[in-house]
Write a protein that binds this ligand. Structure first.
Ligand code: UT7
Length: 319
């Protein structure tokens, strides 16, 4: 039994913040931000819309895309470290609002690698036969934990949500096997403290580790999948910084035209970043059923990972 992605959906806040707006109160410029990060604008939650609202919108869209009913969902995994409440997590409320019946519902926190960890867990549950249909969601409101007066981070982080539907079936490839790893030695280079509740980052150090670890993990994931870089149709890397993504792609030997970027308008949405990129890639006509997609993410912890998935392989549902 394998786990295959059969649907995807996403949701962004309406409010757009351009680079120019930072020039008013930070020692920065639109030109610097674009040159060093690739970011032009980002979406930020404001007003009455909650992160739960965004995540539910993304899940409804993903279920519609998959042609599945909420009542059929067995399990919901939400990757986030910025839930609406400290406790409970986002997942039980999302389950309630969707109208799933008796679905397991849990949040996972693996920082910017959270979606990959969640996808791996959901795939493992499906492969073991315990779950038949799962929603894996990445949802983040990083604006809640961003220091607006720190020019090294204020310009980077943003909000958004996206979800995939994962179904069990007799398929050739599916989602496995992923490569996941961590190194707690570097926990002080990117973190949000319990009292301060703001993201603090040694940008250059994180940058260096991010490129190295994601390249290693992607190469290993390809090896485990019995593939080479030539088999990859699209590389979707956590959208933290255009230079990180391009540097990782160069080292892996993935040509520019096979690398997806939406960091220019989305910025860094942590665990929402990869599913948002997947959805935007599909909407842009860059991703078609049967394509081989290499995913890689890196975040605070450090935690990181990579995985090779087949995009919307035809799933013959198991009995
Ligand atoms: O999501 C988890 C993973 N996160 C990441 O992967 C992010 C990793 N890091 C980065 O993306 C980059 O390191 C940054 C975008 C954060 C910074 O870019 P950089 O090219 O590494 O710059 P830097 O940290 O080496 O700083 C160079 C200079 C410094 O000034 P001095 O010391 O040379 O005078 C910074 O203070 O740029 C300065 N700087 C800025 N200048 C204008 C830092 N932020 C800004 C800014 N505007 N917003």
């Amino acid at each position: 039994m394998r786990a295959g992605v059969v649907g995807i959906g996403s949701a962004l806040p309406e409010h757009v913040v351009t680079n120019k707006e930072f020039e008013a109160y930070l020692d920065t410029t639109d030109a610097w931000i674009q040159r060093r990060t690739g970011i032009r604008e980002r979406r930020i939650l404001n007003g009455a819309v909650t992160l739960t609202d965004l995540a539910v919108e993304a899940c409804v869209a993903a279920l519609n895309d998959a042609g599945r009913e909420a009542a059929d969902v067995d399990h919901i995994i939400v990757a986030t470290f910025t839930p609406d409440r400290l406790m409970p997590g986002l997942a039980p409320r999302i389950a309630k609002l969707l109208g799933t019946e008796n679905a397991g519902a849990i949040d996972v926190n693996a920082a910017c690698a959270g979606f990959l960890y969640g996808l791996d867990q959901a795939a493992a549950l499906i492969e073991s036969g315990r779950v038949k249909l799962a929603l894996v969601v990445g949802a983040e409101a990083l604006s809640r934990v961003t220091d607006k007066h720190d020019r090294g981070t204020a310009i980077l982080f943003a909000d958004g949500a996206a979800a995939v539907v994962l179904a069990s079936g007799e398929i050739e490839h599916g989602c496995a096997p992923f490569v996941l790893a961590s190194d707690g030695e570097h926990g002080d280079l990117l973190y949000a403290g319990r009292d301060e509740r703001l993201l603090r980052m040694e940008g250059q150090e994180v940058y260096r580790h991010a490129v190295e670890r994601m390249v290693e993990a992607t190469a290993e994931a390809l090896r485990r999948a019995g593939m080479t870089v030539d088999d990859v149709d699209l590389l979707v890397v956590h959208q933290a910084n255009q230079r990180i993504i391009e540097s990782a792609a160069r080292r892996l030997g993935v040509p520019e035209e096979k690398v997806f970027l939406n960091v220019d308008t989305i910025a860094n949405t942590s665990s929402a970043s990869i599913p948002l990129a997947l959805h935007h890639a599909e909407l842009a006509g860059r991703l078609a059923p049967g394509d081989t997609v290499a995913l890689a993410a890196f975040g605070g912890g450090f935690v990181w990972g990579a995985g090779i998935i087949k995009w919307k392989e035809r799933v013959h549902a198991s009995a």
